[in-house]
Design a protein. Structure first.
Length: 80
């Protein structure tokens, strides 16, 4: 019984301790001097349009292949 109480207290301490330590952390200091002097969005000013098109195209091709394989398998089963 004593061992169970100690283990429960230890587990609860490990679960609660990070809540107190994260709450008192400070953010990173400002390095000073922006790269271009202007406010850039988080992640920089890189365009994401072409990458998004590539990912959507690859997803559509993968889905089409899966449907084609499913159709082919069912067609073979119906012929047998």
């Amino acid at each position: 019984m004593k061992k169970k109480i100690y283990s429960t207290l230890l587990i609860s301490a490990f679960m609660i301790l990070p809540l107190f330590t994260i709450g008192q952390m400070r953010g990173p200091e400002d390095p000073g001097g922006g790269p271009t002097g202007g406010d850039t969005p988080i992640g920089g000013g890189a365009p994401i349009g072409s990458g998004l098109v590539i990912l959507l195209t690859m997803g559509a091709a993968y889905g089409g292949k899966k449907l084609y394989n499913l159709y082919s398998d069912q067609k073979e089963e119906l012929e047998d």
